[in-house]
Design a protein around this ligand. Structure first.
Ligand code: IFM
Length: 432
């Protein structure tokens, strides 16, 4: 079976992490532009990879690698820099980017929200204020009107678990609201309603037939054994156990099943659930490491495994199990919307050797192939990330890219992994 002929081999990025140009052409500051001393080494996202000015060079590199798709996010700060005001200059940048991608024969995959909330929205309470649902919708309508003649793939949000739990509970991400004793049901409900209303809006407004999904931070538990008991125990751990940013089901069951988890039952009405569960065309999974070590330490020894420079366990099996468990629970085609690793890559004599990432690609894509071979509809794979970038509070230390960025000169250098990935794409993953 393996990968379909039109499999979307691609790479991903996000506006705040690569664009720079933080105060140009009418853009307002985001909560990340204002993160100040919360970012390591005094880094800021103000210039980042300067992709805003260099997108043509970046798309040319994507074309050289043979990418079939590119997942980017639109910044609400460029498009709606003030309450109720749409900024045509902000939309123009994304129109130009999409047209450049189309000329390079690369399918644009558009995420409408990847964490860079406008500061003006946060000043009104951010995800706590019910009015955010209307502001987000108004912004998203402008983007859909501007881009949907050339964009068919839409993701309403990236990793809601992270921007709500890390931003408003743990206080480790902007806007740094720290209160571990509150369960932010109100924020979660606002996000869920914004998602559901946006899905309906895209279906009504898009100029070309849309394919709509969402990109979830997807923890998964790898089964201890492939027996029926082992499989069902693993799926239960994956969806119902509280790890890290909260359980997968807390956010995804209302969307994918129209059902509220116990924690959300009290604040979601039947009418809410109807809006929230507007049918999707795919579910996006962002996969980095399994959750076994957090749930069942004795059965899983993370110390015996390789780790990335951020200390994340490398275990390729988690990609197969995440895809399979999402498919079995939600019966939606799956897109791998992020998967990658951080390393301390350097350029020497014009070359950037990153053997760990080359191995990582083989291990994880090989694992995804098992899912495709078994007939699970896997639509595409977007490596995180196309280029090194601003890793939120970690600043520029961890490098996730296929392309190395020299932040002093903005020179782009293809890493060995980029060339290796290009070969995987050329052969449609057949040699893995
Ligand atoms: O850089 C992030 C991205 O913004 C969201 N998913 C995880 C990546 C690596 O931490």
């Amino acid at each position: 079976m393996s990968f379909s002929k039109d499999f979307l081999w691609g790479a991903a990025s996000a506006s705040a992490q690569i664009e720079g140009a933080w105060n140009e052409d009418g853009k307002c500051p985001s909560i990340w532009d204002n993160a100040g001393d919360k970012i390591k080494n005094g880094d800021t996202c103000h210039t980042s990879c300067d992709h805003y000015h260099r997108y043509k060079e970046d798309v040319a590199l994507m074309r050289e690698l043979g990418l079939k798709s590119y997942r980017f996010s639109v910044s609400m700060c460029r498009v709606m820099p003030e309450k109720g005001k749409i900024n045509p200059k902000g939309l123009e940048f994304y129109k130009n980017l999409v047209s450049e991608l189309r000329s390079a024969n690369i399918e644009p995959l558009c995420t409408l929200y990847h964490w860079d909330l406008p500061q003006w929205v946060q000043d009104e309470g951010g995800w706590k204020n019910n009015r955010i649902v209307d502001w987000y919708l108004q912004y998203a309508e402008a983007v859909v009107d501007a881009l949907s003649d050339s964009v068919s793939y839409w993701m309403t949000f990236n990793e809601p678990q992270c921007f709500i739990m890390m931003g408003y509970v743990m206080g480790t991400h902007a806007p740094f609201k720290h209160n571990v004793f509150t369960f932010r049901s109100h924020h979660i409900r606002n996000f869920l309603l914004a998602h559901g209303k946006c899905v309906r809006m895209i279906r009504q407004r898009a100029k070309t037939a849309p394919k709509i999904g969402i990109a979830m931070a997807s923890t998964c538990y790898i089964p201890d054994s492939e027996t029926p008991e082992g499989l069902s125990e693993a799926a239960k751990f994956s969806f119902e156990h509280q790890v890290g940013e909260g359980s997968n089901s807390l956010y995804m069951d209302p969307i994918g099943l129209g059902k509220a988890s116990n924690m959300m039952k009290r604040c979601l009405s039947a009418e809410d659930l109807k809006i929230i569960s507007a049918p999707l065309d795919f579910v996006g999974v962002n996969v980095y490491q399994p959750s076994n070590s957090m749930i069942n330490k004795e059965k899983y020894d993370p110390d015996s495994r390789k780790k990335t420079s951020l200390g994340w366990v490398v275990d390729g099996r988690c990609l197969y199990w995440t895809i399979r468990q999402y498919w079995e629970r939600y019966h939606l085609p799956v897109m791998v919307t992020e998967n990658g690793m951080a390393a301390n890559d350097t350029v020497q004599n014009g070359e950037c050797h990153d053997p760990e990432r080359v191995e990582f690609l083989d291990e994880f894509i090989g694992s995804m192939k098992r899912a495709a071979d078994e007939g699970i509809p896997v639509l595409g794979y977007q490596h995180w990330s196309i280029m090194d970038n601003f890793e939120w509070c970690e600043g520029y230390g961890p490098r996730f890219g296929l392309i190395h960025i020299d932040y002093n000169t903005q020179k782009r250098t293809l890493k060995d992994s980029a060339r290796h990935y290009a070969e995987i794409i050329r052969t449609n993953g057949e040699n893995l």
